[in-house]
Design a protein around this ligand. Structure first.
Ligand code: ATP
Length: 235
């Protein structure tokens, strides 16, 4: 589904991502783990078309999206929820959601149907539909940005640190939602520092350190590699 080959990302002379390769299969939930500065966000930004790559290739369902811009990437079927969790604060929850449907803006019936589905999944967003997005709690804003990305009807969802800065009870709920999305058949790449929670929902995981992938395997394999957390994940 998503195939990343020898991907490199640089900021001037800083090589943030050093030729990494990984895949995410259809319907799989794959987690990309690593401590601060490992290169996870740079990887996500490069895949999403928000940053230029300095080498390698990204393919989505066989289509080369390496040099695509963010809109082209979304149209190809890949939506991203960045860690910045940006909502349009002065717009309502409903208006924020409709902006996510930009590429389907003429398909009113399809958008209505998708919105109904997302309201079932995120009932809180239905309750808050006419509230300004800037007045939502942190957890609600995270749900909103996930739902907004899903309004694009992607086949692959990239989630960058969805648990960042949220209280444990909210993190629990966000992960429950991620599991529900996985069960619905969505393909997900989940970037997390929250290793235990991420491995609990992931089929497979890759561990990054200093711009390289240093371990990969099923969630169980990664978990049972006892020195991983100490050496690579800062745990
Ligand atoms: P975090 O979880 O803290 O976001 P990360 O694993 O996502 O970490 P990146 O944000 O991808 O890591 O950063 C990888 C490396 O690239 C780091 O050394 C970082 O300092 C560097 N870096 C990131 N953004 C920039 C930038 N705009 N300019 C220069 N260097 C950058």
């Amino acid at each position: 589904m998503l195939d990343v080959r020898d991907l490199s990302v640089s900021y001037g002379t800083i090589r943030a991502v050093r030729g990494i390769s990984f895949t995410v299969g259809k319907g799989e939930l794959v987690s990309l783990l690593g401590a601060n500065g490992a290169g996870k966000s740079s990887t996500i930004k490069a895949i999403a078309g928000a940053m230029k790559t300095s080498g390698g290739a990204v393919t989505l369902e066989g289509k080369d999206i390496t040099s695509a811009n963010p809109e082209q990437v979304i149209r190809a079927g890949l939506a991203t929820v960045p860690e910045t969790r940006d909502v349009f604060p002065d717009l309502t929850v409903a208006e924020n959601l409709m902006l996510g449907a930009y590429i389907h803006r003429r398909d009113h019936a399809g958008n209505r149907e998708n919105l109904d589905r997302l309201h079932t999944l995120f009932p809180r967003l239905a309750e808050r539909a006419s509230q300004a997005a800037g007045t939502l709690s942190g957890g609600e804003q995270q749900m909103l940005v996930i739902a907004r990305a899903l309004m694009a009807r992607p086949s692959v969802l990239l989630l960058d640190e969805p648990s960042l800065g949220l209280a444990p009870a909210i993190v629990e709920r966000i992960f429950e939602m991620i599991e529900t999305l996985k069960k619905s058949g969505l393909t997900i790449l989940l970037v997390e520092q929250n290793v235990n929670q991420a491995l609990a929902v992931a089929d497979r995981a890759y561990v990054m350190r200093l711009g390289a992938i240093v371990a990969s395997g099923t969630a169980d394999e990664i978990r049972s590699t006892s020195d991983l957390s100490a050496h690579y994940l800062g745990g």
